[in-house]
Design a protein around this ligand. Structure first.
Ligand code: GTP
Length: 448
């Protein structure tokens, strides 16, 4: 009948599709197209002392004049409060730009932070930066809790480029201090090339919240040997202080080429960078982005001159998604769990449990364990008390026994003394009559 016909139709359709291309293989492309249409969001933060070339490097990285380096930046923003004639960054400010490449749209946001060295007291220089990162997490959490989550704006900080001063403690161009290059190296390695306490403090406060990418700023002011020594020293300090920096992960499943590429990137950390958004002419007449010196030209885009290319490759070409994922899956998740924990437990434990079943279990297990150990402690206490009671009772009866023993002994002693006294008196007076001494029964006068 009609039903049968219908069923045959369905069967035919399935068979047809089995033989052809169903189409779900295109899912990645669909996801890809959708994200391309939506555009990607990437937020990078730059931190470091004033004048280390943060703005310059950002312009160089994205080949985009995000920062007008010529003009006072804050005035260009139209904010007179932050007005600063030197073009220095004086408050945390973020700038966004839509950049497009081969039809892929990237909404790039750069969060610029005021230089560390600007403060008289640098003890808590990290605080406003941590606050900024937290508030971006909060904004995302708030969006997640909304009913409509379709359009999440991801303004979390996905990477934080931390600029390390190229001379460690001192700003003196010390390589000109001594004519002996060996001496300089030693001096540099031992005394100048190391992270300052403020660098370590900052990284320690931030590494759980953001992908840290340390860079040696203005690497053109150092010799190659100095760069090598400084890098080693930095890595040592970082390891010594248990600081987690972002390293391109190397997965077993990846092809050899990718693994080699990632290892190459890893080997350059911390990147020694040079920034410049102006073109200079090299000795052989090429036009390059770089910095000209009387002795020659440092080229930004030359891997033999600095690690700028590697930094850009990691940040943009190969690991942007990794940075975004790690931010979402690990850093944000940690923040979120802690936040919910502090909120949920304080307000209503049931809300918190609903949100996180694993945490609920952990919490219950903890309660149970606490109960058990309390019981154990109580039992121990009771036991000890009982033992003590018994011991003291035993001691008491022992003492009583001794006391009675002593009493009896004393009494016997006394009686003996009395009897001997009587005997002596009797002997000295008149001799005892034979019938009286014969009564052995009554010899000691006991039981009279
Ligand atoms: P603040 O906004 O005050 O925190 O400064 P900043 O870190 O953004 O520094 P900025 O990019 O404004 O650069 C400061 C100065 O350093 C400028 O004169 C730049 O031309 C110069 N500069 C930037 N990058 C480099 C570099 O890689 N090497 C050298 N030698 N100079 C650089």
């Amino acid at each position: 009948g009609v039903g049968g016909h219908h069923e045959v139709g369905v069967a035919e359709m399935v068979r047809k599709k089995m033989g052809s291309f169903v189409g779900f293989a295109n899912l990645p492309n669909q996801v890809h197209r959708k994200s391309v249409r939506r555009g990607f969001q990437f937020v990078t933060m730059v931190v470091g002392d004033s004048g280390l070339g943060k703005s310059t490097l950002i312009n160089t990285l994205f080949e985009h004049k995000l920062y007008d380096l010529g003009a006072p930046r804050s005035l260009a923003n139209g904010s007179s409060m932050n007005g600063n004639a030197n073009g220095r960054t004086v408050a945390i400010e973020s700038k966004s730009a839509d950049v497009e490449e081969n039809g892929v749209r990237l909404k790039l946001t750069v969060v610029d932070t005021p230089g560390f060295g600007d403060h008289v007291n640098n003890d808590e220089a990290w605080k406003p930066i941590v606050d900024n990162i937290d508030s971006r997490f909060d904004a995302y959490l708030e969006q997640e809790n909304r009913v409509n989550r379709s359009k999440l704006m991801d303004n979390r900080v996905h990477a934080c480029i931390y600029f390390i001063q190229p001379t460690g403690h001192s700003c003196v161009p010390f390589k000109f201090l001594s004519p002996n290059p060996k001496m300089i190296d030693l001096w540099g390695v031992l005394h100048l090339f190391r992270l300052r306490p403020i660098d370590i403090e900052f990284m320690r406060k931030l590494h759980h919240k953001v992908n840290l990418i340390p860079v040696i700023a203005k690497a053109d002011t150092l010799t190659d040997d100095e760069v090598v020594a400084f890098k080693q020293r930095i890595l040592n300090d970082i390891a010594h202080n248990n600081i987690q920096i972002f390293q391109p992960p190397i997965y077993d499943l990846e092809d050899e080429e990718t693994i080699a590429e990632n290892e190459e990137i890893q080997s350059k950390v911390p990147f020694a960078v040079v920034g410049s958004d102006t073109f200079v002419t090299t000795a052989d007449g090429r036009q390059v982005r770089g910095r000209a010196y009387p002795w020659g030209t440092i080229e930004v885009d030359n891997e033999a001159h600095c690690d700028f290319i590697k930094l850009r490759q990691m940040l943009i070409h190969t690991h942007m998604e990794e940075l975004r994922e790690h931010t979402n899956d690990v850093l944000y998740e940690q923040y979120r769990t802690q936040k919910l924990l502090s909120m949920g437990v304080a307000q209503d434990p049931s809300v918190f449990r609903e949100i996180n079943p694993a945490a609920k279990q952990a919490e219950e297990r903890q309660l149970h364990e606490a109960k058990l150990s309390k019981m154990e402690a109580e039992m121990k206490m009771v036991f000890q008390q009982k033992v003590q009671e018994k011991e003291s009772k035993l001691k008491q009866s022992e003492e009583e026994l001794y006391a009675r023993h002593r009493e009896m002994k004393d009494a016997l002693e006394k009686q003996r003394y009395e009897l001997e006294e009587r005997k002596r008196r009797l002997e000295s007076g008149r001799p005892p009559t034979p019938d009286k001494t014969g009564s052995k029964k009554n010899r000691f006068g006991i039981g009279k």
